[in-house]
Ligand binder design. Structure first.
Ligand code: 1GP
Length: 244
């Protein structure tokens, strides 16, 4: 038997949560990347990690180029791939959310892409964070591309059942996703129900967080962190105010 050893990025995120902090995961899509200066603004104001990923029209070269630009400009945040597919695995990231799209109807997105990805992640030496991706409500592009059967907005208890199943299956991070730019974020009661049953996995929530109270309500309901993408691109100052 080998001992469970957490990677550097996961340890950092867990240590922040264990010390009572909430996580702010900034998301940049390399197709419309957030500029290095804006990323630095977020870094100086409490972002914990930069997620990079997108569903379409992204190559590993775009991601490596973007990361190189961020590093040259002095961005020090840990950079974690939030992969929309195999085309998002890039060697200069620090870690990858190694995700299964739990409520996909297509085995490819549940396990097929992961089997294809695993040897690449291993060869590149990326820290893999075992993660479950669960799509709720609108679902946006991720829901469409991932052939998800989104959990109805009103049925938070179903989302919680998925989260618990994810933890029992070994996920150490559960990501509730409403879809980028979704009209409504994941409902608070789904977050509260999941947070009540999870005992080990980090719970992060993203999609449609564009008003100042939306993140705070979800964090208060028990989310460990929020992901903000669209608002960070469009209105960084508001995104900062909305991240806590
Ligand atoms: C999308 O959850 C993320 O995958 C962030 O969504 O772009 O709506 O902030 P937004």
């Amino acid at each position: 038997m080998k001992l469970l050893k957490l990677g550097k990025v996961e340890r950092l995120l867990r240590s922040r949560v264990e010390s009572g902090e909430k996580l702010f995961l900034l998301l940049s899509d390399p197709e419309k990347p957030i500029s290095p200066n804006t990323v630095k603004l977020f870094e100086e104001n409490g972002a914990d990690v930069l997620l990079i990923g997108g569903s379409l029209n992204v190559t590993p070269y775009d991601i490596d180029e973007y990361i190189a630009r961020l590093r040259v400009e002095g961005v020090k945040l840990p950079i974690v791939l939030f992969p929309g597919g195999l085309n998002n695995i890039a060697k200069s990231a620090d870690a990858i959310l190694f995700m299964t799209l739990m409520n996909s109807m297509d085995p490819y997105w549940i396990v097929g892409a992961q089997v294809a990805a695993a040897p690449i992640v291993y060869r590149l030496g990326l820290e893999a964070i075992p993660s479950a991706y669960i799509i709720v409500g609108h679902g946006g592009a991720a829901g469409h591309i991932g052939r998800a059967l989104p959990i109805p907005y009103e049925n938070g208890y179903i989302a919680a059942a998925y989260a618990l199943a994810a933890e029992y299956l070994g996920a150490r991070l559960v990501y509730f996703e409403a879809g980028s730019g979704a009209p409504k974020p994941v409902p608070v009661d789904a977050v509260a129900a999941a947070s009540k049953v999870l005992s080990q996995a980090l719970l992060v929530v993203g999609g449609g967080i564009r008003e100042e109270t939306l993140a705070a309500e979800r964090l208060k309901a028990g989310a460990d962190g929020v992901v903000i993408g669209t608002l960070a691109e469009k209105d960084p100052e508001k995104a900062l105010r909305s991240s806590r």
